[in-house]
Design a protein around this ligand. Structure first.
Ligand SMILES: [Zn+2]
Length: 239
């Protein structure tokens, strides 16, 4: 979808219900190891990162980049508070949808969504680096800006940011400026991440703001999307 992401196209879509999963709550400090597939995990999995999987010889069946998202079947009523468990996967479903749409536009398939404290979807966005000719047009930055405009205030206290890839240092710093309450991300990014990798912005003494962070939510799904995208880029054109 080529539409600008400044305006959330989902309206006031409520946060869908929590799937009956056994996901453990995994705050930034004291994350416990989780071995279940797609469960939050403390240890980055290099094999699931987009770059490291490029050389894989395996060529699994590749669903289209814009395959329908497994949308929640029974959304909660508007105004329903977000689930207590920050590892709930429902917000990430919205971010995954935005990521697939970004991939379909030829952008690196990363998507993000911001939910208000009352569970309302405030904004969703995919990467628009190519469309805007703007290297800083990362999905989460666009989504946070749109959410703040929607609320009519510059900060997003109590809001949840779901993003399909560990935010880079720029976006992590922006999340601190926006005072995001919780960051939920899917795939870890050992090369470009700024939360669990690189500068680890929220672990630093004197950090401006420390959101609750949960990584690894639907990690495999997000990493597979990125892997397929980069693999297709490297594939030589058909004769
Ligand atoms: Zn970023």
């Amino acid at each position: 979808m080529a539409a600008m992401s400044d305006e959330p196209d989902g309206g006031t879509m409520p946060v869908p219900p929590a799937p009956a999963s056994g996901l453990a709550k995994a705050p930034l400090a004291g994350r416990s190891l989780e071995t279940a597939e797609d469960a939050p995990r403390a240890v980055p999995a290099p094999e699931s990162t987009p770059e490291s999987a490029l050389g894989s010889a395996a060529e699994p069946a590749e669903p289209p980049m814009n395959a329908p998202v497994d949308a929640p079947a029974a959304p909660l009523a508007p105004g329903t508070p977000l689930p207590d468990d920050p590892a709930d996967q429902a917000p990430m479903a919205v971010a995954m949808r935005a990521a697939r749409m970004a991939g379909a536009r030829g952008e690196v398939p990363v998507g993000a969504a911001v939910f208000g404290a009352d569970g309302t979807l405030l904004a969703e966005a995919g990467n628009e680096v190519e469309a805007r000719c703007d290297a800083s047009a990362h999905a989460e930055l666009l989504a946070m800006r749109a959410a703040a405009r929607r609320l009519g205030r510059p900060r997003l206290e109590g809001c949840l940011l779901a993003v399909t890839l560990e935010p880079c240092p720029m976006c992590a710093a922006a999340a601190a400026h926006f005072r995001i309450g919780t960051i939920q991300f899917a795939a870890y990014d050992p090369k470009g991440g700024g939360i669990d990798h690189g500068p680890r912005l929220f672990d630093r003494a004197g950090a401006l703001h420390r959101p609750d962070v949960v990584g690894g939510v639907r990690e495999r799904e997000a990493a597979d999307l990125l892997t397929r995208f980069f693999r297709a880029l490297r594939r030589p054109p058909s004769p």
